[in-house]
Design a protein around this ligand. Structure first.
Ligand code: 26W
Length: 809
């Protein structure tokens, strides 16, 4: 059902009075933001009732997407867009004397994630709603999302991200759906009338209280839900009656319970094995499974058909404990025997792997699990024992292979091996990454059961990442397709290539120029810095990690700077280099790289030799809402990871869709991108994944590059010497030249790839001088980016993994 702006404005005025006791004339922007959110929430709630009734009637299989991260970002404009009321909302706000843009800007990002994996989960949930798949996302309602980054004296400082003040407007608390999660205690196993009885006692209880966020589909009333579990202590609030000893304990218990939902772990691609993290994991999977089981039993009265009615997706290994938790319920609470419980469980769960970095593979010390989750431990031990006996038979006692595949080994529980053992489908997130899983990381399991291993190349929500953030391009796309149909059929985007090519390319150039101006205007207001909009906007935004090689980019800028200083007539295409990246607070090398980029930026920007030619900007606090402003303005997209390390990348897709050209390695989804547009429409460079692997085998010696290449020597020497601020970056240089104990220097092959990167950069610069050619390349990239729509990816999950239907129109 549509709404006119009049109807919306009436709903808003009423809501404002009833909820906030205010008239329009008294309302602040914050009041009005919340009012809008509540009005849209009401519309979605109505739709949700319909969706629930439909699901209830269909008895269709339900999808449950378990993820410790959902990087949702802002929702007001997005929900209005999907509900088809965005123009009406803007008009209604205008008529009430408010600016829609100001209210959108007021909304805090829901930063419940670190980076790629979390943003992917948010895009996919939107897509399930649009594709009318009955799906629910589950995570934790972190009080503090990903930290806010400040740059002070060139260095990262972390500040808490208190998003719930206004962000809570989207959440509906459901106390009636509260679940109890048990930690600690002890377990007794006894036999009564020949039946095994397991008793868990002496545990502490934490209450899991759902706070639900509705997720509206586009052009459908279908509405899904993101269920965020909040942690509460069951201890009564009135503590004054407790004796003093109990009082302290009661307070302690409350604090420990509520710590679970306090903060998102800011580590990305690195695990530390902290107790609180394990508590978070079990807390959210236990609450989730209990709630699914409770509803299932109410509807069907049995769990026999559980696997037919539910598909549980494990988003990386973080929710792996869902496997033993479902086993626990089937065995202990429902009385199934092991084999039946195992059958049901393994036919329910699937696993997506998002990283092959060794330091990101989760392994938990078994003692931690024994103490915190004694019953879960027994189940894990039994799964592991059975699996190991199978492995020993299969590998004829080859203990090397047995140990590689084992679930519990050397006092540690390996979550990825458990997923591989129990899941009915295992997938990587790009063709290359899935091949690496099959040929390397999970090779033995792949050989045993090749059908279990699939690839689903990632995708992004093109409604948000194109239509919503880049209205100029959206308009052009609508003209090309003849309608807005591409919003539901991203494959129609190829029609952009069928339009008069010269005129279309020219339009693209104009759209990009306008977007660059809009970004610089915003940045001038925000940071007081003027960007040179005549220069190429060359952008690298993503988490800071050595494998992503922000340092390679910085080294190339140092090279350009040195050339400019040597020879003021050195000709090259003027550039604005933009960086945005958060470093995990404990990741010292990543923090030094941020510092280096800022030192370099200050030196370059202050040097008259660089005026109008070279500018370097570190954008503070990179986040979803900043990406939304930046992507439409970007011209060159830096996707320069060491080949074989970036599982897919999704930022690469956002840039492509907004008409930036890619400079990149053949890594992750860059490979599929290259298949789409051809090598002539991107700037490829560097070693391939196979070449990297071969170099590791042969023994890579980075100092040979250093010795033979004067350019590299000068760059590294400058990093040692430092820049205007006199800070020396010897740790960074040392990591490039000197092998740590038992390791290899420059493990991400920066020196090996430098010359090839420099050549690709030079070619990009040359090409930019011919705007016709550049815009034509951008056109091809945009037109062929439909493959990277989340709808395509989610449809593949639906068909090949979840076995559920999708919308047909
Ligand atoms: C336990 C600590 C931890 C936290 C997060 C380990 C690993 C992660 C994530 C798996 C890291 C991540 O976000 N991976 C990214 O996932 C994206 C979505 O599939 C991919 O596009 C990126 O290439 C991958 O780095």
């Amino acid at each position: 059902m549509g709404y006119t702006s009049k109807q919306l404005s009436k709903l808003m005025v009423d809501k404002l009075r009833r909820t906030f006791g205010r008239d329009v004339s008294e309302a602040t922007d914050a009041d009005m933001f919340q009012t809008c959110a509540l009005v849209l929430r009401d519309i979605m709630s109505g739709n949700r009732v319909e969706t629930r009734e439909k699901n209830q009637k269909n008895n269709a299989r339900q999808v449950h997407y378990l993820s410790l991260e959902f990087l949702v970002g802002r929702s007001l404009e997005k929900n209005a867009f999907n509900l088809g009321v965005l123009p009406q909302l803007k008009e209604a706000l205008g008529s009430l004397g408010f600016s829609a843009a100001d209210l959108f800007e007021l909304e805090p990002d829901a930063g419940l994630g670190n980076g790629g994996l979390g943003r992917l989960a948010a895009c996919y949930l939107e897509s399930t709603a649009t594709l009318e798949i009955p799906a629910t996302g589950y995570s934790i309602c972190y009080e503090l999302g990903i930290f806010k980054q400040k740059i002070v004296d060139g260095q990262q400082v972390e500040l808490p991200d208190n998003w719930l003040q206004l962000g809570a407007a989207w959440l509906v608390t459901r106390p009636e759906d509260t679940e109890e999660v048990h930690f600690g205690g002890h377990v007794d196993v006894s036999y009564e009338n020949g039946r095994r009885v397991v008793r868990h006692s002496g545990y502490t209880t934490v209450l899991a209280v759902p706070r639900d966020m509705k997720i509206a589909g586009y052009k459908t009333n279908h509405t899904n839900r993101l269920r965020l579990w909040d942690a509460k202590s069951p201890t009564p609030v009135d503590l004054s009656r407790f004796s003093s000893g109990d009082y302290v304990k009661a307070v302690e218990e409350k604090a420990t319970a509520e710590a679970i939902a306090k903060v998102l772990y800011p580590e990305d691609n690195h695990t530390e094995g902290k107790m609180l993290r394990l508590r978070q994991q079990y807390f959210f999977v236990s609450a989730t499974v209990q709630s699914i089981v409770r509803k299932h039993k109410a509807k069907y009265g049995t769990l026999r058909n559980f696997h037919e009615k539910h598909a549980i997706q494990i988003n990386d290994t973080h929710p792996t404990l869902v496997i033993p938790e479902l086993m626990r319920i089937l065995l202990d609470e429902e009385g199934y025997n092991w084999d039946d419980a195992w059958y049901i469980t393994t036919h329910t769960v699937s696993y997506t792997n998002h990283t092959v970095l060794a330091e990101a593979l989760e392994r938990w010390p078994q003692d931690l699990i024994i103490n915190l989750l004694p019953r879960i431990w027994l189940i894990l031990d039994e799964i592991s024992g059975k699996y190991q006996r199978r492995l020993e038979q299969e590998f004829h006692g080859d203990m090397d292979r047995v140990s590689r595949n084992a679930i519990i080994w050397d006092g540690q529980v390996r979550m990825a091996n458990l997923c591989v053992c129990a899941c009915q489908a295992i997938n990587g997130v790009s063709a290359l990454h899935s091949d690496i899983l099959k040929n390397d990381v999970f090779h033995d399991a792949y050989r045993r059961d090749p059908k279990k291993f699939l690839n689903v190349t990632n995708g992004i929500d093109h409604r948000r990442w194109l239509a919503q953030i880049n209205p100029g391009l959206h308009e052009l796309m609508c003209e090309a397709v003849g309608s807005g149909d591409y919003l539901l059929h991203p494959e129609l985007m190829v029609q952009l290539e069928k339009k008069a090519p010269v005129a279309t390319a020219k339009r693209l150039g104009e759209i990009k120029a306008a977007n660059k101006r809009a970004f610089s205007d915003w940045y001038a207001r925000e940071a007081g810095v003027l960007l040179n909009t005549d220069a190429m906007f060359d952008v690298q935004v993503k988490r800071l990690h050595e494998y992503k090689r922000q340092l390679l980019n910085a080294m190339h800028i140092i090279y350009l700077y040195q050339r400019l200083k040597d020879d003021p007539h050195f000709t090259f295409t003027p550039r604005v280099y933009l960086f945005g990246a958060k470093a995990a607070p404990g990741y010292a090398m990543a923090k030094q790289i941020i510092h280096l980029i800022n030192s370099l930026a200050n030196t370059v920007n202050a040097d008259p030799a660089c005026k109008d030619r070279l500018q370097v900007v570190f954008l503070e606090n990179y986040r979803v809402s900043l990406a939304e402003r930046l992507m439409p303005a970007a011209e060159l997209s830096e996707q320069i990871s060491t080949a074989g390390k970036e599982a897919s990348g999704t930022g690469n897709m956002k840039f492509m869709m907004n008409g930036a050209l890619t400079i990149g390695t053949l890594d992750g989804a860059n490979v599929e991108m290259c298949q789409q547009v051809g090598e002539d429409n991107m700037f490829l460079f560097g070693l391939t994944a196979n070449e990297v692997a071969a170099k590791v085998q042969q023994g890579y010696r980075s100092y040979e590059y250093y010795n033979q290449n004067e350019t590299l020597r000068r760059i590294l020497d400058q990093m040692t010497r430092g820049f205007d601020d006199g800070v020396s970056y010897t740790d960074i240089v040392n990591s490039l030249l000197f092998a740590p104990n038992g390791g290899m220097a420059d493990q991400y092959f920066l020196l090996a790839d430098f010359e090839s990167y420099r050549a690709a950069q030079a070619l990009a610069g040359q090409t930019y001088l011919d705007p016709k050619k550049w815009n034509q390349m951008a056109l091809v990239n945009i037109a062929r980016s439909g493959l990277f729509a989340a709808d395509r990816a989610v449809t593949e999950y639906a068909k090949n993994i979840w076995h559920v239907d999708v919308r047909k129109d």
